[in-house]
Design a binder for this molecule. Structure first.
Ligand SMILES: Nc1ncnc2c1ncn2[C@@H]1O[C@H](COP(=O)(O)OP(=O)(O)OP(=O)(O)O)[C@@H](O)[C@H]1O
Ligand SMILES: CC(C)(CO)[C@@H](O)C(=O)[O-]
Ligand code: BAL
Length: 296
């Protein structure tokens, strides 16, 4: 069956009602567009675990830099989603998603202003509000979120639980390029290889931090300093915004690295801001590093 593409929420609704009536399982993947190989992995996982797979494509303006334009080709995205196993794609635009009387946002207190949102204050609130709206629309059995975006994946899980939404949030491992360690990301797609290699230094420094902790160091200041030192030596065109050891639930900085916690880094070149992190929840993740889907 060819993919069904609904170009608005309004057009998708009748089909969604029909789908719920069948009682078959639905997996959903929500995206900003400009789909790449990592989205492909997330979509394949949803398609492998469900009878139907819905992909949404909409560059959610409340999580993006105000006034910026997210470059994507909708027709290419629809074809790629289909290729990866989606049977329904829903797209929308600012006019439909944010009419002038739009008023509702997910509020998760201080935790939504930490990690990436300590740099872009609106990011987590926008990401979580965006994700919850799509989940509310699609009512999937399970919705899939990548661990590239640690804070979003954990905050969406928190919101779904707190708002009593009947949906299983499934975390998909971060998809990284094997040669550099860089997570596949729409925002990095135009970077030449030498700058991608520089960005990859973040992952290698995070791994240094993890190994230090694994060897018994728990003092967060010592860990942050070690990660910082390695990064400073490797960065030439980017600067460090922060290196932090944070609680895995509240994202507040901690004095001691005790499971579960997040080791998180942000760097910027003034135009591109890159976040990367390790969410360490178990002894196994601490010992072996969180699972990665490696792209050759
Ligand atoms: N490298 C990746 N590994 C795992 N999941 C990913 C990866 N890239 C994107 N995803 C997941 O795909 C979903 C949609 O992400 P999104 O459309 O924002 O792509 P993106 O590449 O993260 O964009 P951007 O680079 O602008 O942040 C999210 O759940 C996100 O975590
Ligand atoms: C889930 C999402 C589509 C919500 O706008 C976005 O945050 C994203 O693509 O990660
Ligand atoms: N998937 C990350 C959301 C963002 O780029 O805003």
């Amino acid at each position: 069956m060819p993919v069904e593409h609904y170009t608005s929420v309004a057009k998708a609704r009748p089909r969604l009602r029909e789908l719920w009536g069948t009682g078959r399982s639905i997996g959903s993947v929500h995206t900003l567009g400009a789909l790449h190989v990592a989205h492909g992995e997330v979509i394949k996982r949803a398609a492998g675990e469900n009878d139907h797979t819905i992909v949404t494509v909409y560059p959610n303006k409340i999580q993006l830099f105000p006034g910026s334009v997210y470059q994507y080709d909708l027709e290419e995205d629809v074809a790629f989603a289909e290729h990866c196993g989606a049977d329904i794609v829903i797209s929308s635009d600012d006019t439909e998603m944010y009419p002038p009387d739009y008023a509702t946002y997910v509020d998760q207190g201080d935790r939504a202003h930490r990690l990436n949102s300590s740099v872009f204050d609106y990011a987590s609130r926008g990401q979580v509000t965006g994700a919850i709206r799509w989940i509310s629309l699609c009512r999937p059995t399970a919705s899939y979120f990548g661990m590239k975006d640690i804070e979003q994946s954990l905050l969406v899980q928190r919101a779904v639980k707190d708002l009593l939404i009947d949906c299983d949030i499934r975390h998909v491992p971060c998809v990284r390029y094997r040669d550099t360690g860089v997570p596949v990301s729409s925002r990095l797609r135009f970077l030449p290889l030498e700058r991608l290699t520089e960005v990859g230094a973040v992952y290698h420094a995070l791994e240094t931090g993890r190994r230090l902790i694994c060897d018994g160091e728990t003092n967060a200041t010592v860990i942050v300093d070690a990660v910082r030192e390695q990064l400073e030596a490797a960065l030439t065109t980017f600067q460090i915004l922060y290196v932090t050891v944070a609680d895995a639930e509240t994202f507040a900085p901690v004095d001691r690295a005790e499971l579960p916690f997040i080791l998180h880094v942000a760097i910027t070149d003034g135009t591109i801001t890159h976040f990367d992190g390790l969410c360490l929840r178990t002894e196994q993740e601490l010992a072996e590093s969180p699972e990665v889907i490696w792209i050759p």
